[in-house]
Ligand binder design. Structure first.
Ligand code: PRT
Length: 283
């Protein structure tokens, strides 16, 4: 059996449950439970605090975990991040009060910095030969400069609105982070087959999320031109319509190219363009 940890509540919870469900691991009635047996897969899901997960993973209590990469780095756990999952994106940044002169991390030599990420911050300071006085606090780091506790902070930022509300300016980004699926080395060698299967499913779900299935009608004499516009997986499928001189083209495109492609094929005479989400993409 494979044991998978996810955050029990918080920013990672909803996306983690959704991802596992899309991978075909049906988690039922999870709220409030500490662990749940997956009925349609030989797996158990553990609901843990994000900050505790690296230790459970390192100790082999669980084999896999969905966790913020920032926490993996901060806890310096002996675990491997396998795939970035594209949610809970944030950055660990240095911020200083508005109006304070800042010309790089050396400006913080001898200053007080409040943070919940002492290990990551210390590594960054060491790398830059800066010696500072760290105040380790576990929450509401952003208010530290306002109450005279610190000259600067080092905390997670996503939209930047918390910094703004507290009169702080983001200076150096010291780490970019997203949710990852991580494993310990023992499980990777002892349960490689099942871990590979789960990674295969996750990759298919992530790939599908980035792509759209499009189909449209096109005059036959435009098929070649339109084929050169489509950034397709292989080549598009072309099916004849009952109406003479017209065909239906089907293909998959990355959503980043989406509007560009649609505008171009419309100009070439594409009609009845349908765009569909993709559940999974097995390549
Ligand atoms: O309690 P537990 O140990 O389970 O978890 P936690 O306290 O780490 O939980 P949670 O749910 O707050 O965060 C879980 C993970 O989400 C983090 O470890 C990050 O990987 C990720 N994440 C993404 C964030 C943010 N974005 C984020 N903005 N974690 C925290 N924040 C906080 C930040 O600390 C700051 O206070 O949000 C505030 C800033 O947000 P903006 O949008 O105003 O910039």
């Amino acid at each position: 059996m494979i044991k998978i940890a996810i955050q029990k509540s918080g920013r990672l919870y909803d996306d983690s449950v959704e991802l596992l469900r899309k991978c075909g691991l049906n988690i039922d009635n999870v709220k409030g439970q500490l662990k749940a047996r997956i009925k349609n897969y030989d797996a158990e899901v553990f609901f843990l605090r994000n900050s505790d997960i690296p230790k459970y993973l390192e100790d082999g209590v669980v084999d896999l975990a969905i966790i913020g990469e920032n926490v993996v780095k901060e806890k310096q756990a002996d675990v491997t991040s396998l795939i970035g999952l594209g949610f809970s994106n944030c950055r660990l940044s240095i911020a200083t009060p508005k109006g304070i002169e800042y010309s790089g991390i050396k400006s913080l030599e001898g200053k007080k910095i409040a943070t919940s990420y002492p290990n990551t911050l210390n590594m960054y300071l060491d790398l830059n030969n800066v010696s500072a006085d760290l105040h380790i606090i576990s929450g509401s780091v952003e208010i530290a400069p306002n109450i005279g506790l610190a000259d600067a902070i080092c905390d997670l930022v996503s939209s930047g609105s918390t910094l703004f509300k507290n009169g702080l300016v983001e200076q150096d980004i010291i780490l970019e982070s997203e949710a990852v699926i991580a494993a310990n080395s023992r499980s990777m060698s002892q349960k490689s087959e099942v871990i590979d299967d789960i990674l295969f499913r996750i990759k298919a779900v992530l790939k599908a999320k980035d792509n759209r299935y499009i189909l449209f009608n096109i005059p036959d004499d435009k098929i070649e031109t339109v084929s050169t516009i489509l950034p397709v997986l292989k080549s598009p499928t072309v099916l004849p319509l009952i109406e003479k001189g017209w065909s239906s083209m089907h293909t998959v495109i990355n959503q980043k190219d989406f509007w560009n492609v649609i505008s171009k094929i419309k100009k070439e005479g594409a009609q009845g363009i349908l765009v569909l989400p993709i559940e999974n993409m097995i390549l």
